[in-house]
Design a protein around this ligand. Sequence first.
Ligand code: FES
Length: 160
Amino acid sequence: MTGSGEVEAKIEAALKNPRNLGEMENADAVGTVGSPDCGDMLRMWIKFKEEDGRKVIDRATFQSFGCQTAIAVASVATELLTGKTIAEAKAMTGEELAAPLGALPPVRIHCAQLVEGALRSALSDEKAVAAPTPTAAKSPTLLERLSPNTERKVKIVLND
Ligand code: FES
């Protein structure tokens, strides 16, 4: 069993060199969640790709407005998510996402759940998840998606 000192050391190591930190400009999906327990927030961006005829996560990044444990969990979780299908990613619990850090102490479990929540929020971004991956090297911008080439006419009304 992993001792709490070892978990703390792993959290510190992840914080010294956080992976996949920052906004992803050409993401296919984004999800944000706030914790009712502590008020912390986490946002996750996901990019998909086709691999062997399956849609898998190419890359996930995050931004955290929260505690260090959530940052450490998001760092290891975004690495774990690479190559997972949507169904596989949806099935992952906060505990599994934080597994590389070891068993978190009970007071820190909600920090891992924050990461799980942001992941679920991004994966429930139905439109983005269901959209076929563009074959072009560059994904369409929102403006291109709304371009008049599309069958449906979109009217944008700006509020005062
Ligand atoms: Fe709130 Fe960690 S203390 S997410």
